[in-house]
Design a protein around this ligand. Structure first.
Ligand SMILES: Nc1ncnc2c1ncn2[C@@H]1O[C@H](COP(=O)(O)OP(=O)(O)OP(=O)(O)O)[C@@H](O)[C@H]1O
Ligand SMILES: [Mg+2]
Length: 323
């Protein structure tokens, strides 16, 4: 039997405790605009959570409030067990934010900016760590360069380096790959995965559905200040896994023949099309056997096509405004 040490006994079941808890969060900006409407959200320890939504949905507002940059109008938020308003310093110590807007000291060197950022949150200097971060982000060669002389993608990497210099437990990335090339985007994804492996909880916002699909453990979709869905990516992928096979029949059918009752079929286009919905994740999709059975009972088709409902379609249908 494994020996249970007092430390083991004392260890809390972190996986089940949300690292961030948001309850009844609303934000009305000064002009009266309601940017967030009663948001409830739990972020799990160690996950990558992607917040997906169109322009103006409220993504930046939501994460700016959690990071203590914008004041909420109503609601309760805790981060790493600390209330972000009454216990701001303790909460902020655990958090780093890579903002959407690039704002750095143009005249400082990369090295100075990143090192200074660590000191801002009261961490002792650690040149070895700064070196590692700059190397990981391919910024080591540029360490003496002034920020203003860097390209846009490099500036974005500097912002990430500044955030990592805090050694955060929780990292917010607001549109981390907006305007960066494909290669850098892949590098960033790898970096973010590496951080997750070290136990960092990551919340990112993105317009790129592909990015959410690639990176996230869970996905939240926000629209018009409302969180309209929060789901495990795997569950969404399952929905994604649904495919439709449409067969354009040679002769229209009035009803689905009983010989075909074991497949989930629908008649479309006034009986001219037979639509079969199946799960691409299944080992047996049922497509070959369906086609064989149709041939056996003499139902011919002129053409066929398949389509898959993508996360993009799910997203678009979720955020489509009522006409
Ligand atoms: N300081 C502010 N004062 C008034 N309204 C604001 C302010 N900041 C944001 N808003 C409004 O709140 C809404 C949400 O903005 P927010 O920046 O959170 O959206 P977003 O989802 O991050 O959008 P994007 O994808 O374009 O970054 C927008 O309609 C925006 O105009
Ligand atoms: Mg934004």
């Amino acid at each position: 039997m494994d020996q249970i040490t007092p430390a083991d006994e004392a260890r809390p079941p972190v996986r089940n405790t949300p690292v961030i808890s948001v309850r009844g969060l609303s934000k009305t900006y000064d002009g009266g605009f309601e940017a967030l409407k009663k948001i409830d959200l739990d972020i799990r320890q160690g996950e990558i959570f992607a917040l997906l939504g169109p322009n103006g949905a409220g993504k930046t507002t939501l994460i700016s409030i959690i990071c203590g940059i914008v004041t909420p109008t109503a609601g309760e938020i805790t981060a790493a067990g600390h209330n972000i308003v009454s216990d701001y310093r303790a909460a902020r110590y655990k958090i780093a934010l890579v903002p959407q807007e690039l704002a750095t000291d143009a005249f400082e060197s990369v090295w100075a900016t990143v090192s200074f950022s660590r000191g801002l949150y009261g961490r002792p200097p650690d040149p070895a760590l700064i070196e590692q971060i700059l190397r990981d982000l391919s910024l080591w060669d540029k360490r003496k360069e002034k920020i203003m002389n860097l390209s846009g993608g490099m500036k974005r990497r500097v912002m990430i380096a500044k955030a990592l210099a805090h050694e955060p437990d929780i990292l917010f990335l607001d549109e981390p790959t907006a305007g960066v090339d494909v290669e850098l985007r892949r590098d960033m994804w790898a970096l973010v995965r590496g951080l997750r492996e070290r136990g960092v909880t990551i919340i990112l916002t993105t317009h790129y559905i592909e990015e959410a699909e690639e990176m996230a453990d869970r996905i939240g979709v926000i629209n018009n200040g409302e969180l309209i869905i929060v789901e495990d990516k795997a569950t969404l992928i399952k929905k994604l896994g649904k495919k439709q096979l449409t067969l354009n029949l040679q002769e229209p059918l009035e009803a689905i023949p009983t010989e075909l009752s074991e497949w989930s079929l629908a008649l479309k286009a006034g009986g001219a099309e037979l639509e079969y919905t199946f799960d691409v994740n299944d080992e047996h999709t049922g497509v070959p056997s369906l086609l064989r059975r149709m041939s056996d009972i003499g139902i011919g088709f002129k053409d066929l096509n398949t389509r898959q409902s993508s996360l993009e379609e799910i997203f678009v249908s979720l955020v489509r405004r009522p006409q």
